[in-house]
Design a protein around this ligand. Structure first.
Ligand code: SF4
Length: 322
C-alpha cells in the first residue's frame, strides 16, 4: 500500500503519450477525459486513482510533456462533426504543483479553446487562479468543478494533506464566479463517519453559496482494499476510536475482513440515499441546483441537466471516469 502522507515533495518525470483524449460513456453521458499528469501531489488518502498500476502515485508525478501536440493532432484528425465535452482531469489534478513547472493544462486549454471544444476542469487547487483570464475568455463553454470534501482544517490536513485549505479555495471560487465563470462544487467523496454530518455538508454549501456557486453534486466513498487500509490509518490519526469505526464500515459496506483486492464496494444504499437526499435538499433550499451541470458539445450551448433530480439514484463519481 502506498502511504498518502509524506513531507517529501514528489519527483517529477516527463513521458510521451500516443493519445491523450479518451472517450467515455457513463450513465448515458458521453465525453472525453484528458489527464495531463500521472500521479498527484495532493495526496488524498481516499484517492481512487491510486492502485496497483500506479504504486508511486503520490511520490512520482509524470508529466505527459507532448500532450499539447498530441491533443492538437487528435483534434485535427477528428472524424465526426461534433465532439463531446472534455473533462480535465479525471484521474489526477490539472492544477497540482507540477502545473507550475510544465504548464500542460494551460497549453491544452488553449488548444481546446482554439478548436471550440467545451470543457470542464476538475480541481481542488488554488493554482488555477493563474489561468483565470484564460478560462474567463471562454466562460460560455467551460465549467470549473471544485472538489471539496471538508471545511475542517484538522480533518483536511489528515485526509488530503497536499491540498489547500477550503477557505483558500472559496476565495478563488469567488473570484471565478465574480468574473462570470460558472462554478460547481463536487463533494466527492463524502466519507462515512468522517465528513458526512449535516454540519460538514452544509458548511461547504454555505461557503459555496457565498462564493457564487450555483451547482452542487456529490457522491459517497467507494471502498477498495488499498483505500480501506488507508482509512484505518486515517481513523487513528483523527483520534477516532478505531474498533467501532471499523465495525461501522464493515456494516455499512457489507464485507468481512480482510477486504478482498478485487472488491470495489459502494456503501449501503439506504445510507447513500439518505446522504444524497439530504444534500439535494440542502442545496435546493439554498437556491442551488443539485446535479451535474451539462455542457453540450454539438450546439456549444450550455444546458443544465440534472443527472439525478431523484437523489435516490446513484450519482456518477470521479471514479467512473478513471
Ligand atoms: S486531487 Fe484527486 S487525483 Fe489528486 S490525490 Fe486527490 S483525489 Fe487523487
Amino acid at each position: 500500500m502506498s502511504l498518502w502522507y509524506s513531507e517529501k515533495a514528489p519527483d517529477f518525470e516527463t513521458k510521451n503519450s500516443k493519445s491523450v483524449l479518451h472517450p467515455f460513456t457513463v450513465m448515458g453521458y458521453k465525453g472525453h477525459t484528458l489527464n495531463l499528469y500521472q500521479g498527484c501531489h495532493h495526496r488524498c488518502g481516499y484517492c481512487y486513482a491510486t492502485y496497483v498500476w500506479s504504486p508511486e502515485f503520490y511520490d512520482k508525478i509524470y508529466a505527459k510533456s507532448n500532450a499539447p501536440e498530441i491533443l492538437e493532432n487528435q483534434l485535427k484528425a477528428w472524424k465526426s462533426k461534433a465532439i463531446e465535452p472534455v473533462m480535465i482531469s479525471s484521474a489526477t489534478d490539472a492544477y497540482q504543483p507540477a502545473e507550475l513547472k510544465f504548464e500542460l493544462t494551460r497549453k491544452c486549454v488553449k488548444v481546446l479553446q482554439r478548436y471550440g471544444i467545451p470543457y470542464y476542469v476538475f480541481t481542488k487547487s488554488t493554482l488555477i487562479s493563474r489561468d483565470m483570464e484564460l478560462h474567463k475568455q471562454y466562460k460560455d463553454n467551460c465549467f470549473v468543478v471544485w472538489s471539496i470534501t471538508t471545511c475542517s482544517e484538522s480533518i483536511r490536513r489528515i485526509i488530503e494533506p497536499g491540498t489547500p485549505p477550503a477557505f483558500a479555495m472559496f476565495e478563488v471560487i469567488k473570484k471565478f464566479s465574480d468574473s462570470g465563470i460558472r462554478c460547481a462544487i463536487n463533494i466527492d467523496p463524502i466519507i462515512p463517519l468522517v465528513t458526512d454530518s449535516p454540519n460538514d455538508i452544509e458548511t461547504i454549501l454555505d461557503n459555496g453559496l457565498k462564493a457564487g456557486v450555483q451547482y452542487v453534486f456529490g457522491s459517497t466513498l467507494r471502498l477498495r482494499a488499498d483505500i480501506w487500509e488507508r482509512m484505518k490509518i486515517i481513523f487513528e490519526l483523527l483520534g477516532i476510536e478505531k474498533n467501532n469505526r471499523v465495525k461501522e464500515y464493515i456494516r455499512l459496506y457489507h464485507f468481512i475482513e480482510p477486504l478482498r483486492q478485487s472488491y470495489n464496494l459502494t456503501v449501503d444504499k439506504y445510507y447513500s440515499n439518505t446522504i444524497l437526499e439530504n444534500l439535494r435538499e440542502a442545496a435546493t433550499s439554498r437556491g442551488m441546483s443539485f446535479g451535474f451541470p451539462h455542457l453540450i458539445g454539438k450546439s456549444m450551448q450550455l444546458k443544465t441537466k440534472k443527472l439525478h433530480s431523484d437523489a435516490k439514484k446513484s450519482q456518477p463519481t470521479l471514479m467512473d471516469f478513471i
